[in-house]
Design a protein around this ligand. Structure first.
Ligand SMILES: C[S@@+](CC[C@H](N)C(=O)[O-])C[C@H]1O[C@@H](n2cnc3c(N)ncnc32)[C@H](O)[C@@H]1O
Length: 335
């Protein structure tokens, strides 16, 4: 079906033509526009309020194709990962509600793209020896992550998202769960095992409900409503999500913003404009609720004194004091 006008409020596109039509028909009650792949990118960029969904079918597209789709779509759904068209329509409905509740956030398509580029630019330096504030964050959160994950039973499935250069796998006891990882910045992914999933979190090809644990360390860049919604979709019933980010106490006391960050590389180059969300307990509860998760624990981790060096200058707050909490660990269970 071809359209000229900007679509509203839901646009369904992507390469899965038959499924697209079926899904659009199932959702006509709330106003859906269907678009073929060429139209889709044009229409998707016309209106920021339209919720754009791309449907993928059959053979799994390349990482590049999925990233390209996620640059236009708020949600990229793999038809084969849902049992029925009703299931697909249900996710689109829920995602639409999350999208409508996201007006306080930048457009998620920009968040993911900016961070993909930004983290690639800093990847070479992203080791604790060079990034000592990150090392302080890691030291503060590692004991809590091990406490939460070391009891994972044999046969359970754990997905680490935003794995960076693989710190968590090295430093945290993840128990007996089978481990898999995701990292969409090409610069970071080249330090990870070859089977790393490199698709953006809003386009992950993993089947709905595939994991018992979804875990992310310092994933402030994906702590926005549709990001957490997409991670929650990967969880099996009663599955657990464990995410960390710099604490709101630290981010407001040091950076004076809870929205963006910048990195200075070892060679002095500044990488600006990286999206970073550092919600406190009340905001996290709401973020999780929107994603269909119950917030079961919110740990404010105090700094842990490093051995053989002082704290990083950036760990200390602008007034010279140490923050009471350096990293937040949010734990949720799928409702
Ligand atoms: C601060 S690094 C942490 C890396 C690693 N987990 C660690 O603790 O060392 C954040 C990671 O999350 C990924 N990330 C940030 N924002 C993202 C987004 N919006 N979508 C997907 N990945 C994102 C980045 O590529 C990066 O590898």
């Amino acid at each position: 079906m071809s359209t000229e006008a900007a679509p509203a409020p839901i646009l369904i596109g992507g390469p899965a033509e038959a499924g697209r039509r079926e899904l659009a028909e199932r959702m006509t009650g709330i106003g859906v526009t269907e678009a073929d792949p060429e139209e889709f990118s044009r229409l998707a960029s016309l209106s920021s309020s339209t919720f754009c969904v791309a449907l993928v079918d059959g053979e799994r597209p390349s990482h590049e194709d999925l990233s390209h789709l996620a640059d236009h779509a708020h949600l990229v759904l793999h038809r084969s990962n849902r049992d029925t068209v009703d299931d697909l329509a249900g996710v689109v409905h829920e995602g639409f509600e999350v999208h409508r509740a996201s007006s306080a956030y930048p457009d998620c398509r920009h968040i993911d793209l900016d961070n993909r580029v930004g983290y690639t630019a800093i990847a070479e330096d992203f080791v604790d020896e060079l990034r000592i504030t990150t090392a302080d964050f890691h030291n503060a959160s590692a004991p809590h992550l091990s406490r939460l994950l070391r009891e994972s039973p044999a046969g359970s499935r754990l997905l680490e998202v935003g794995a960076g250069r693989g710190w968590l796998r090295e430093a945290v006891d993840t128990g007996k769960a089978d481990y898999a990882c995701q990292e969409s910045s090409a610069g970071m992914a080249r330090y990870l095992p070859e089977d790393v999933m490199t698709e953006p979190i809003r386009a992950l090809p993993a089947k709905h409900g595939s994991y018992d644990y979804v875990v992310g360390s310092l994933v402030d860049g994906m702590a926005y409503p549709l990001g957490v919604f997409c991670l929650a979709q990967l969880l099996a019933p009663s599955g657990r999500i464990v995410l960390t980010w710099p604490s709101a106490v630290w981010s407001t006391g040091r950076r004076r913003t809870t929205r963006t960050t910048q990195f200075v590389s070892a060679s002095g180059r500044t990488v600006r404009g990286i999206h970073s969300f550092t919600p406190g307990p009340a905001q996290t509860k709401e973020l999780f609720r929107l994603a269909g998760l119950d917030l079961t624990e919110f740990v404010e981790c105090p700094p842990v004194p490093p051995s053989g060096r002082p704290y990083s200058g950036d760990t200390v707050l602008a007034d010279g004091s140490l923050p009471e909490s350096l990293v937040s660990v949010a734990v949720g269970v799928r409702q």
